[in-house]
Design a protein around this ligand. Structure first.
Ligand SMILES: [Zn+2]
Length: 269
């Protein structure tokens, strides 16, 4: 299968207000055939679903980012349940813990995280996990979630923009998660992430831009967009000493497996 899969974008955000359509076009020109637009709150999730309905090869994830955890109440969960009925919705996310910026109180983050994990179980959706400065806490929540509930179908989800070491990545893989590598793997000081991208078995690896954030080295400090995914794939191919098409094909197939996309690209079975 040709083409790349950007497993995590935020094309609904205002950073793309002026040239969103051009960004989709540049992505396709660069060979990014499929992508997921990931929600961060109620409005962002609605917008992700709307973009997925309009654009070929674009899917949506719905959820409340840990920064917005204080907004997760009964009404918010009802909204997610309602949006999940759309056939283009492929995941619950992004959800998790962010103790770096602490934009929502930690207790609110923990509660919102667990409630959305349980909703994902109920809806049969894989989860997209955001974890920053909260490695031990995130791991404990996910371990408890998988131990307590009925075991979800694998892959159970993805650690997005992974920032841990190889041992942590392997622990998550054993739990049934994928590991997603973003553009920061191209940074000169990214030895730990490069070690993960080099050594983790390819069948557990996917790639993302997390745009508009985390532009790869040649665009560092500027707005990121899906067309830059090629640079991340270049770096991973070089690290693993394998060719570009092999990384492209494997990461795309893995993302399709994660998001339960079967049949031909651009349409869900
Ligand atoms: Zn994100």
């Amino acid at each position: 299968m040709e083409g790349l899969f950007d497993s995590h974008t935020h094309l609904q955000l205002r950073a793309f207000a002026r040239d969103r359509q051009a960004a989709f076009d540049r992505a396709r020109e660069a060979g990014v055939a499929e992508m997921v637009v990931v929600g961060i709150d109620g409005t962002g999730s609605r917008e992700a679903v709307a973009l997925a309905a309009r654009e070929d090869g674009v899917y949506a994830a719905i959820g409340f980012h840990p920064h917005e955890a204080r907004l997760v109440d009964g009404e918010a969960l009802r909204l997610l349940r309602e949006l999940s009925a759309d056939p283009q919705v492929v995941a619950l996310g992004e959800i998790g813990l962010d103790f770096y910026r602490n934009l929502s109180p930690r207790e609110a983050q923990a509660r919102a995280f667990r409630e959305q994990l349980d909703l994902a179980s109920e809806l049969g959706l894989p989860v997209i996990i955001h974890s920053r400065e909260a490695a031990a806490e995130t791991y404990a929540v996910l371990r408890d979630w998988l131990a307590e509930g009925p075991r979800p179908e694998e892959p159970v989800g993805v650690l997005h923009c992974f920032s841990g070491d190889l041992a942590a990545a392997q622990r998550y893989v054993e739990m049934g998660f994928m590991i997603s590598v973003a553009g920061n793997v191209t940074y000169p000081n990214a030895a730990r992430l490069q070690a993960v991208a080099d050594a983790l078995p390819l069948e557990h690896l996917i790639v993302e831009t997390d745009c508009p954030f985390l532009a790869p080295q040649s665009h560092r400090g500027r707005r990121c967009e899906p067309s830059y995914l090629t640079e991340t794939v270049d770096r991973i191919a070089a690290l693993r000493n394998i060719n570009w098409p092999e990384v492209a094909a494997a990461t795309r197939e893995n993302a399709r497996r994660l998001y339960r996309l079967t049949g031909s690209p651009g349409e869900r079975a």
